[in-house]
Every structure is written in structure tokens, then in C-alpha cells.
Write a protein that binds this ligand. Structure first.
Ligand code: FES
Length: 103
């Protein structure tokens, strides 16, 4: 297991997100409904950044064609995307938010 620190707790306001790179992956940290999520930054439908989308509840909407993704499972909830995005385990400890990329 490798925990990679990515933000300070409190750095993001509700429904804010922050794109970052870790271990060669483009990822997105999202703070929604008082929970931190880390998902793939790029939409599974086309090569388009979800950082340009918007957050509603525990979902993120791709602003290019409108698919929503569940932030806790990565599941595509509607067309045209039919593949999930990756989602990763997040830990908060000692004022730091870290992601576990599982290596
Ligand atoms: S690029 Fe995201 S739904 Fe098409």
C-alpha cells in the first residue's frame, strides 16, 4: 500500500475539486457531501477532463456530453458514457488527505 499526500484537510470548499498527478495518473480530488473522493480526471467516454464538470450530491457530471459518474464507485450513471472511471481509496490523517493507489 502506498499513501500519497495530495492536499491539506480544509483546502477544498464543499463541491470544489482539484486535479493532480500521482504515479503517472491524472486524478481528481473532490470534496462533496463532507467526503473526499479521488477519481480519474478524464472521462471514460472521450478524452475530456471531468475537472471542467460539476458536482451534484455524490456525482460528477461531464460537461462535454453530460454523463454523470458516481464518485464513490466510479460507475457511469447515464449515456453516453458506458464505462466506469477509476476511483481510489482516500485517507485523512493528521490534517492531510492522502490517496491509496494500491501499490
Ligand atoms: S466526454 Fe464525457 S460524456 Fe462524453
Amino acid at each position: 500500500m502506498s499513501l500519497i499526500p495530495i492536499a491539506r484537510a480544509g483546502e477544498l470548499k464543499p463541491n470544489e475539486m482539484k486535479a493532480f498527478e500521482a504515479d503517472g495518473k491524472r486524478l481528481l480530488l473532490v470534496f462533496a457531501q463532507n467526503t473526499y473522493f479521488v477519481v480519474d480526471e478524464m472521462c471514460s467516454h472521450e478524452d475530456y477532463s471531468l475537472a471542467l464538470g460539476c458536482i451534484k450530491g455524490k456525482t460528477i457530471k461531464c460537461s462535454l456530453h453530460g454523463s454523470h459518474f458516481d464518485l464513490s464507485t466510479g460507475a457511469a450513471l447515464d449515456d453516453p458514457a458506458d464505462e466506469p472511471i477509476g476511483c481510489y481509496q482516500v485517507e485523512e490523517k493528521d490534517g492531510m488527505i492522502s490517496v491509496n493507489l494500491g501499490q
